[in-house]
Write a protein that binds this ligand. Sequence first.
Ligand SMILES: Nc1nc2c(c(=O)[nH]1)N[C@H]1C(S)=C(S)[C@@H](COP(=O)(O)O)O[C@H]1N2
Ligand SMILES: [Mo]
Length: 511
Amino acid sequence: MFAACVGLVAAAAFLGVAEFGALLLGGAGSPLVAVGSAVIDLAPGGAKDLMVALFGTGDKVALFVLMTVIVAAVSAGAGILERARPPFGAVVFAVGGVLALIAVSTRSGSGTFDGAPTVFGVAAAVIVLRLLLRRLRRWEAAEAVPSAAPRPASAERRAFLAWGVATAAVAVVVGTASRLGSSAMQAAAAARRAVRLPAAATAAPAVPAGASLDVDGITPYVTPNADFYRIDTALRVPAVDPADWSLRIHGAVENEVTLTWDELLALPLEEHMATLSCVSNEVGGDLIGNALWLGYPIRELLARAKPTGDADMVLSTSVDGFSAGTPLDVLQDDGTAALLAVGMNGEPLPAEHGFPVRMVVPGLFGYVSATKWVTELEVTRFSDAEGYWTPRGWSERGPVKLESRIDTPRNGSSVTVGKAVAIAGVAWQPHTGVKAVQVRVGNGDWQQAELADSVSADTWRQWVLRWTPTEGSHRIEVRAVSADGEVQTSVERPPAPNGASGWHSVTVDAR
Ligand SMILES: Nc1nc2c(c(=O)[nH]1)N[C@H]1C(S)=C(S)[C@@H](COP(=O)(O)O)O[C@H]1N2
Ligand SMILES: [Mo]
């Protein structure tokens, strides 16, 4: 009887670990779901009809109940078997695991790692089976020959029961929570696949060929979504179904505004290319990307809401609790394409970049403006509210600093004496723009780099300087000049509290 319970706890451990693994894989690879759908696929038509006839639309629930009963019976049996004839109980779990693996790997669209949750689940089940049975045997031994036992039977019994109950409880809680989380993620992923974004009412001009220089190793002008840096506080990417999404604009406004997904998509959307960067980016770092955003100007929504009194900040909040405090005047400015974005490079926002809706504000670091999975805009005051990072040591305001980066040659690389090398990279100060980039080799003079075409002041610009190295080690430095005439500062500052500064340099060896 207790051995059967151990089998059940082992099965719970299997499901708990496997479902948690599936959650980490973004909702894929759940043996529970895979086996269930394999059974549906394999069941003869008559059985399916019978299930539907018996249970109607409850047929899937009925299937899971049936599967649970079977799994429970087999697991209980495996517990008894393992106690009587180890390791055959463990073998039963292994066989079950192999069947589940077959089910997982034959599901359409299964990925390379989708079997991992099942494998880890089986390992957990076998470990739990063995450890709990060892406790059970100790208890039984203490009951049988009390004098020979190191601890009284009552202590062994308590230990066995405590471990069994605790393991089962953890497994059930983790498993259930993970299953719910995975379902939500898969539902959001399916909803994202179903999204058809409308064409922009105001399309961005095509990117001119001259925006991209033909240099090996330079950062591409547009960052593909898959390569776009990701920064957020979310342990798990929030799963938001657009059907459930809405944005509420409230606080110091005359009219509260609520906007649903369908209402947002029905508005005349704008396309705008903008470079987004993170305040945590080190000099020379890669927490920056440039994308074509599709969205609706936040200024128009604020015009509907009509901010009142002396409001000077908009606190945007995400479903996951993150918040950013953005200056109200920036969001209201006619000349700033601050968007409530739904599209990124021609696709719905990827889940990790804020699907279904995020903010993008050219010229401000992400932490004070680019709220992903945004659901709320509160019009307020900097003196009354603060964004997530402000009490954590980052400045209340976060305009992007004038910066430049050398992409190629790489620091520490070797070049050939007398053979021309392209020194190239990107420079940016979104919303202001870059008008010149200068490069210095060693103690030489600053030389003007050639600039790629500027697409708008809101994006970075590629630059290149051709250089023919002489023998030796050379330090190469870069600095940008903004459209306002500001020269990038050499003063080195760390990212906290409002962005790193200083000149990026690389050292190369010419031989
Ligand atoms: N919900 C949410 N939105 C967020 C953040 C976050 O932690 N949570 N981080 C911000 C920061 S610090 C940056 S730099 C940008 C990064 O956006 P990305 O991951 O799409 O590149 O998102 C911003 N939006
Ligand atoms: Mo950031």
